[in-house]
Design a protein around this ligand. Sequence first.
Ligand SMILES: [Fe+2]
Length: 345
Amino acid sequence: MWIENAWYVGCWSSEIKVKNITSRTILNLPMIFYRDLSGEVVAMEDRCCYRHAPLSKGKLEGDNIRCMYHGIKFDKFGKCTEIPGSDRIPKNMRVQTFPVIEKDGLVWIWVGDPKVANQKDIITCAFLDDVKWEYVEDYLYYQSDYRLIVDNLLDASHLNYVHENSIGSDPKTQVPTEVTRKDFGLHVEDFWKNDDPPPHHKKTGNFSGKVDRWNIYDWYIKGNLLILDSGSAPAGSEGHKGDRSDAIEFRHLSALTPETELTTHYYFAHTRNFSLQDKAMASNISKAVAEAFKEDKDIIEEQQKIINFDPDRKMLAKPSDGPLNWVRKKIKDYIVLEIQSLGNK
Ligand SMILES: [Fe+2]
């Protein structure tokens, strides 16, 4: 159960190499990505329309792809251009292609109704395409419903327990979170004044004393994206409000793309704009973030296993679940609208 009419991250741009076919299942649809001769990305169903053999086992011929079962060839628009041993090509002999846009180092894919796909709706992640920000392109494969990961990302109350030995902070220093509901989703702000820097901020920022630190993020319901502005500055500077001259700053993207009802692609990048000459730092930060995310993955995949025994059993709520429930409801509302609009056609 997911929103179909949305731009999802299909893969990192770097995954689609020239003269290569990349296959990935997105929203229950096996698909392939490749580059045409001008370098533009093509997204096509990974299923020959003849006997349903996977095109990912096929061969690229310039802009075209040939299925290596019966040799049927398709152009980059999915139209059949050759059937070996046959002069005639039936009109309906075509493979479905999908709107696809390469932007900010990511490949964005639209699986829903192509008539309502508008590339202006793709969320900008400019920091991923800016030499001032350095990062490692990261990925996790989750054996869980994407909504369990949404719950996790929107509920900081797990930090002190799941991450008690990594990024969890002392409950005494936890400040109330400011959450604003927006058209696109949620805007969340966390500030800690005169606080100890988290271990990885202390290490990378060389702070000797207390800091003012912040986590400000937007959650986009369509596409399941989290974009975070986070950092620390010497205590008293209130860096989150503007003066960031002595701050260390991070930008983060987390993007959840359902693979199937019970599996999820998780793309993420934790970028920084300082010590860019320190080449080892990007991979060290990536390792630390991936380790923390692995802690989430471990508990969420176990949670999914329990849910699978009785998937219809209702989860109970706690009083602070307002924003989280709101996001779940909005996802449901969008899905209902999509089903209704299909029914009206
Ligand atoms: Fe977590």
